[in-house]
Design a binder for this molecule. Structure first.
Ligand code: LLP
Length: 411
């Protein structure tokens, strides 16, 4: 969102208050220009090697976003057969889709393999089943757990020793035994360390662990180092230095390829890096409550629409787009759900009045996809702003949407 010379906020020259007037509140808005810029940034950082981006679409599955990603050459990482279907609907060739499940029923893996998506095998039992079922007729990747702890908070760390994800690298001998037993066609090794990782160090550490393990597999084509690059949530928040990381990883990757004796592809599967900053959750303030303890601002949204602050204690920057020049005061921003859904405590904001439009930043990743119908509330509409024009890409839910799956009350 830009602040214009007239001190008003715009998204590609469009006034967010007008978007709320046209499409209603609350509203998720995505800026396609930001997505294009982030993709370019990632490509530039790794321009010296054969790098491929697989968008972790758990962060945002709106089909318009997936289509945009496809059009700009970004492939897909999915975690369920539902996401696989989304990818197909967005026009992806299933060969461009990686399926990275976590302990799912094997029939889901079968569906993905039969659709010709490439599967990331995440447990020894699944590897056994894969070998028994497909022998060497279908390719797969193996998801390793490198036992490295990194990420913004413990809930979003996925590669430490206590994490459920992947097969511990300490079990490499067992992995190799099963691969040999069924002559499994392992074409890649994968790992994902976690989310919100700022420093280059953990990325380099896991890369070295995966490169070392990779020397045991003779037919690799791919090394997939997952996602997790840290974006800026607060003003002046330190972020992953992509240029530095790109240089360091590329150098090590080239050395590894030389040692391995073949040019491989390096894959990344970011979610937040590509879509966090493109998204805004626009809401209306419903009540400004002057309480002896603090000033509460209620909004027409809650943890049902953006759960990250309540689930992880995440900071989301908030703008008062209706009154950017107002006098600053401290406000505690709370939702309308019958739970303690506090978005921010004593946050300085330009004077907030009943009916003002507030914008939550960084709402493009894990915003709508983690939303729910708690308290029988409808999910918001979504709008994509691209090439200077706003387009509705998901309508607001209605009572019919909530009732559709309940039996006996509607025909
Ligand atoms: N690859 C795999 C296998 C993953 O599990 C994830 C995220 C990603 C890639 C993408 O990570 P990213 O680049 O977005 O950090 N809901 C949490 C984040 C959970 C991420 C789960 N896995 C949040 O809102 O902070």
């Amino acid at each position: 969102m830009q602040l214009s010379e007239q001190n008003t906020y715009t998204i590609q020259n469009i006034d967010p208050v007008q978007l709320i007037e046209e499409y209603g509140s609350p509203l998720y808005v995505y800026d396609g220009g930001t997505i294009r810029r982030k993709v370019q940034e990632l490509q530039n950082a790794f321009s010296g090697i054969n790098m491929k981006i697989k968008f972790a679409c758990k962060s945002n599955t709106n089909l318009a976003i997936l289509r945009l990603m496809r059009e700009i050459g970004v492939e897909l990482d999915v975690v369920s057969t539902g996401e696989l279907e989304m990818g197909k609907l967005a026009g992806y060739d299933t060969k461009q889709i990686t399926f990275t499940p976590s302990g799912v029923p094997f029939h889901e893996v079968k569906t993905a393999v039969e659709a010709e998506a490439i599967v990331n095998v995440d447990s020894i039992p699944l590897l056994e089943w894969f070998g028994q079922t497909y022998g060497n007729t279908k390719p797969c990747l193996i998801r390793l757990k490198p036992n490295v702890a990194a990420g913004g908070n413990i809930k979003i760390m996925t590669a430490h020793a206590d994490s459920k994800f992947g097969i511990s690298v300490l079990l490499l001998d067992q992995i190799l035994e099963v691969v040999k037993k069924y002559d499994i066609k392992v074409i890649g090794l994968h790992q994902h360390t976690g989310s919100d990782i700022k420093d280059a160090e953990p990325f380099l550490q896991v890369a070295d662990i995966v490169f070392e393990a990779a020397l045991q597999f003779p037919d690799l084509e791919i090394i997939d180092l997952g996602g997790g690059f840290k974006v800026s949530y607060k003003p002046n928040d330190p972020i992953t230095d992509m240029e530095l990381l790109g240089n360091k990883i590329s150098e090590r990757f080239k050395n590894f390829c030389a040692k391995y004796g073949r040019e491989l592809q390096l894959w990344f599967e970011p979610g937040k890096f590509l879509v966090s900053e493109c998204g805004y959750l626009l809401v209306n303030t419903t009540v400004v409550k002057e309480d002896p303890a603090r000033t509460f601002v209620h909004i027409d949204s809650g943890l049902n629409h953006l759960i990250r602050p309540m689930m992880y204690g995440s900071y989301h920057h908030i703008l008062n787009v209706s009154n950017p020049s107002g006098e600053e005061k401290d406000y505690t921003i709370v939702g309308y759900i019958c739970e303690t859904d506090t978005f921010a405590t004593d946050r300085p904001l330009p004077e907030v009045r009943q009916g003002d439009v507030l914008a939550f930043l960084n709402a493009g990743a894990y915003g709508f996809t983690m939303s729910s119908n708690y308290n029988a509330r409808f999910r918001p509409a979504e709008v994509l702003v691209d090439n200077g024009a706003a387009k509705l890409v998901r309508r607001r839910e209605t009572l019919e949407d909530l009732l559709r799956t309940q039996v006996g009350f509607t025909e």
